[in-house]
Design a protein around this ligand. Structure first.
Ligand code: NAD
Length: 509
């Protein structure tokens, strides 16, 4: 594999795991980074410990105190230049994502593009951090609501979007006047180092501590972040298991969290659906990123009249999905992130069968050339479940699609909602009534609900996130920026008397 792009991104054989404006000499152990493609070492990172964390947090906070005074459009100008730097490095970043997370190059490039897109969005936003004026009930008073910078935003990221999730958070946080402190997944530390280097170069010596980075274990660095009173917001993306720890722990100190957790996303296909469209969306949703997206399609709720026909077409399409090296152009399915993920896949397939599911295709480890045997490759899998079996309600981070026939739109909606998670959902139908019902208050209970497109591949312009065990957070577009600021309500009296609200007379005759 040609890895010359690593040097262009500033990645060496050995790398420091903490950045506080300068790369620190860290004190944690050495982490060997392995590519999921073939299990080979691609570098090492000297991990940070709790003392390194404290230094990074202190520098970030000190820099925040000055950054918040810079007018937002000037902060936006820095973000504009960071976005341009992402543009310059797009190809290399896409390849790094492929190398370290294992997704195919097209998806790696797509992830790099998302970083560019959110930077552009944030630049526009830097001139639109609007507040409100509110009619006061008192004469010669006015009320307004303004948004102020919040402080340092702690950003905890999952392995499967190793650059985009940080960009979604940090580009908004920077224009909002905040500093950032990133604790990435230990599975994808090189992506974090590359992104930090790009942003820090643009920010220059004065502002570089705004993109603090601390790569270290959850128990030391992770815990230090969760308990840090200088971090008013922790934006954490990952499993529901992680969210159950992070949410209460940050709340304990009255910090805020923005949680983006697991999904268990369904596509409903009605009997009038355009099946050509549905097949393409289902295959991309279920097989893309080897089933390792939070928005991956995991359940197919298909009208019983078209269930067999659709299943047949899916099996045919799955047979054409080439599994192999994600760096190769023709590959559609790369490896899972590691052997533990492949074991979870094996376990889920076995459990599904035990519970009464029938493997229609896939279900096994994939055969790959000897050069890739250090990676964990599995076959995209379809499991038919004529009854809803318990495993269907769990998120297994692998390409397993459960096919569940339904008899009506009502049943499809009920089944869609009958899982603990609430991230993404979709319906395929030509019937406007069915489509609108699916999007209505009595329809899908997910944060994302689509019509005639799949569950994955969201654009950055909309607010992204989900309900129930997905955590309730919203990031990226729309008004998600409000999570990164503090709201202030002000009343100004420009008269010469002091009328009280609610008409209260206090001490008057
Ligand atoms: P994970 O929960 O294992 O890890 C996510 C991050 O949380 C990592 O940085 C990890 O080090 C950190 N973490 C875990 N426990 C912690 C603790 N006790 N204290 C501090 N930090 C802790 O998840 P993963 O395997 O990296 O990613 C896959 C999961 O992420 C899936 O469940 C997927 O659905 C979810 N995900 C959700 C979204 C979303 O937007 N909803 C996006 C991407 C991934």
């Amino acid at each position: 594999m040609n890895l010359t792009f690593l040097a262009r991104l500033g990645i060496g054989k050995q790398n420091s795991g903490a950045f506080d404006g300068a790369w620190r000499k860290t004190r944690g152990g050495t982490l060997t980074v392995r590519s999921p493609i073939d299990g080979r070492s691609i570098g090492s990172v000297q991990l940070a410990d709790a003392k390194d964390y404290a230094a990074v947090s202190q520098r970030a906070h000190a820099t925040f105190l000055r950054w918040r005074e810079l007018p937002a459009p000037q902060r936006g100008e820095f973000v504009r230049r960071i976005g341009n730097a992402f543009r310059e490095h797009k190809e290399d970043l896409g390849r790094l994502v492929t190398l370290e997370a294992g997704k195919i190059v097209q998806e790696g490039l797509g992830e790099a593009q998302e970083c560019i897109d959110i930077a552009d969005f944030a630049v526009g936003l830097s001139r639109q951090l609007y507040g409100l004026t509110i009619a006061s009930e008192r004469p010669q008073h006015h009320m307004r609501e303004t948004w102020h910078p919040l402080g340092t935003v702690g950003i905890v990221t999952a392995f499967n979007f190793p650059i985009a999730v940080w960009a979604w958070n940090s580009m908004l946080a920077l224009v909002c006047g905040d500093a950032c402190l990133w604790k990435p997944s230990l599975k994808t530390p090189l992506c974090a180092i590359a992104m930090t280097k790009i942003a820090a170069l643009v920010l220059g010596k004065e502002w570089a501590p705004l993109v603090g980075l601390c790569i270290g274990p959850d128990l030391s660095v992770g815990s230090a972040l969760l308990d840090d009173p200088r971090v008013p917001l922790v934006s954490a993306t990952g499993s529901t298991r992680m969210g159950r720890i992070v949410g209460p722990r940050v709340a304990q100190r009255f910090g805020r969290t923005l949680l983006e957790l697991g999904g268990n996303n369904a596509i409903a296909v009605m009997d009038d659906a355009d099946l050509d469209l549905a097949v393409r969306a289902i295959v991309f949703g279920a097989v893309g990123t080897a089933g390792q997206r939070c928005t991956t399609t995991r359940r197919l709720l298909v009208h019983h009249k078209v269930a067999d026909a659709l299943q047949k077409r899916l099996v045919k399409a799955y047979a054409q999905c080439s599994i192999g090296n994600p760096m190769d152009k023709g590959t559609l399915v790369g490896p899972l992130v590691d052997e533990a993920a492949a074991k979870a896949f094996d376990h889920a397939v076995a459990t599904a069968v035990q519970q009464g599911g029938k493997v229609v295709c896939g279900g096994k480890r994939a055969k790959v050339p000897r050069t890739l045997q250090g990676g964990a490759y599995v076959e995209p899998t379809i499991v038919r479940c004529d009854e809803c079996i318990p495993i269907v309600k769990e998120e297994t981070f692998a390409p397993i699609l459960y096919v569940l026939p339904v008899r009506s739109l009502d049943e499809a909606i009920a089944r869609n909602n009958d899982v603990p998670q609430g991230l993404s959902s979709a319906i395929f139908t030509r019937d406007v009534r069915a489509a609108e019902r699916f999007l209505s208050a009595t329809g899908s209970d997910c944060g994302i609900a689509n019509v005639n497109i799949g569950t994955s591949g969201a654009e950055i312009g909309g607010a992204f996130g989900g309900e129930k065990e997905t955590g309730g957070g919203r990031e990226s577009g729309s008004d998600s920026w409000k999570a990164y600021m503090r709201r202030q309500t002000s009343t100004v009296n420009y008269g010469a008397s002091l009328p009280l609200a609610q008409g209260i007379q206090f001490g008057a005759d």
